[in-house]
Design a protein around this ligand. Structure first.
Ligand SMILES: *Cc1c(COP(=O)(O)O)cnc(C)c1O
Length: 412
């Protein structure tokens, strides 16, 4: 089925009253009538027991996301950060290593350094070209971690090449697909990634109203190479033998939800479920507007450099064309200096915020905000210059937006 069809039908549960929408199960615990029924639910993991582990509203969201990402399994979380942590926690043990792309989302770098570091996990950062990643792999590498589109450099990695390398070396390819907009722009699992995590806070929610995240995975023989799936679990079963491909999402759910409690609220699950119904429509329109702005602003005398993957001369154009269904809602302008960026942002009557994927166009100056904790050298390496302005294009009329940009450029 096409994405748009799945977006409005997938995951909607049958309702005893015929309700045509997703009921919110604002419930912590689920009762059982007999001892036997309780024992059965604990033994099989089927049905509901306690909302920290799963609830019917979040389960509906998981089913919708599963369909939209072309995944076999989905687990929802309270935020993108929680999803990143759980996705990796299920793959790692003390002493393991992760090879990650340079220029990741800032809080991902923080999580890797300050939390995975506590667990004795080392992360090596490389240019995410398959050859560079190959050089960085060691016998202890358990995951390769990249983003669908680096932010704010807007570079797209060679997903197919990385997936082939991961398969060859028996290491999981984990993709942060936040910029893939819940599969509407990109579906990395279909290109061979083993695991996708994403922040639902951005384009999936679409209105900047709630936090959420998810971990998605597919059937794979890869898990038979991870010791945590081959040793007996506390119940005495060997996860790979008992569950096959489901051993990974079950571990994600057990560690991330049952034990760490990073559970999504059913109220938020409801809003995200609804947001997904229009995500394809929104990102297509935003992509058209972003391209319109990029075409009209490139070559403007005040714009020193402009990046938009949908411009044929952009270094990411070929990869974006291959991996994305549209060129996306993100573009960057380099105005040459922090002073120029400051004047521009003061003059433009649009919100300045460190967020993305809102219905409103959001602008940010990464040098002094999202990337300010990195050294100057680190910022430049991530493609962040003092004059760079990042734009997450919203749903406003394209002519209105162009007018605002041109007027604000006058102030530079
Ligand atoms: C926002 C974001 C995250 C973190 O998600 P939250 O929902 O804010 O916790 C992770 N990765 C990327 C690429 C993001 O943009």
């Amino acid at each position: 089925m096409e994405y748009e069809t799945l977006a409005v039908h997938a995951g909607l549960p049958e309702d005893p009253y015929g309700a045509l929408g997703l009921p919110i199960y604002a419930v912590a615990a689920y009762g059982f009538k007999t001892l036997e029924e309780g024992a059965e639910r604990f033994a099989t993991g089927e049905g509901y027991v306690y909302a920290r582990q799963k609830d019917p509203t979040s389960r509906a969201l998981e089913e919708r996301l599963r369909a939209l990402e072309g995944a076999d399994y989905a687990v929802a979380f309270a935020s993108g950060q929680a999803a990143t942590f759980a996705a990796l926690l299920a793959l790692l043990r003390q002493g393991d290593e992760v090879v990650a792309a340079k220029g990741l989302f800032g809080q991902t770098i923080g999580l890797f350094g300050q939390v995975l570091g506590l667990m004795g996990v080392r992360v090596r950062y490389v240019d995410p070209e398959p050859n560079r990643v190959r050089e960085a792999l060691s016998a202890s590498t358990r995951a390769i971690f990249v983003e669908t589109m680096a932010n704010p450099a807007l570079e797209v990695p060679d997903l197919e090449g990385l997936a082939a390398l991961a398969e060859e070396r028996g290491v999981a390819l984990v993709v942060d697909n936040t910029f893939g907009a819940a599969g509407a722009l990109c579906q990395p699992l279909r290109w061979g990634a083993h695991v996708v995590m994403q922040s639902l806070t951005k384009w999936a929610s679409g209105h900047g109203s709630v936090l959420g995240g998810a971990v998605l995975s597919r059937e794979t023989e890869l898990w038979a190479r991870y010791p945590q799936f081959l040793e007996k679990d506390p119940r005495g079963q060997v996860p790979w033998e008992a569950l096959k491909g489901r051993c990974y999402p079950e571990r994600v759910r057990t560690l991330g939800l049952s034990l760490l409690g990073m559970a999504l609220s059913p109220f938020h699950a409801y809003l995200l479920f609804q947001g997904l119904e229009t995500v394809a429509l929104r990102v297509r329109r935003m992509s058209e507007t972003a391209r319109f702005l990029a075409e009209h602003l490139q070559g403007h005398p005040k714009v020193k450099a402009l990046r938009y993957p949908g411009l044929p001369q952009d270094p990411s154009y070929e990869r974006a064309k291959k991996y994305l269904s549209a060129f996306g809602p993100m573009l960057t302008l380099d105005l040459g200096s922090q002073e120029a960026g400051s004047r521009f942002l003061k003059a433009i009557p649009l919100p300045k915020a460190a967020n993305l994927g809102d219905a409103r166009t959001l602008l940010v100056h990464p040098w002094t905000t999202t990337h300010s904790r990195l050294s100057e050298e680190g910022r430049l390496q991530a493609g962040v210059t003092p004059g760079l302005v990042r734009v997450s294009v919203g749903l406003e009329g394209p002519e209105d937006l162009l007018g605002m940009f041109l007027e604000a450029l006058e102030a530079v």
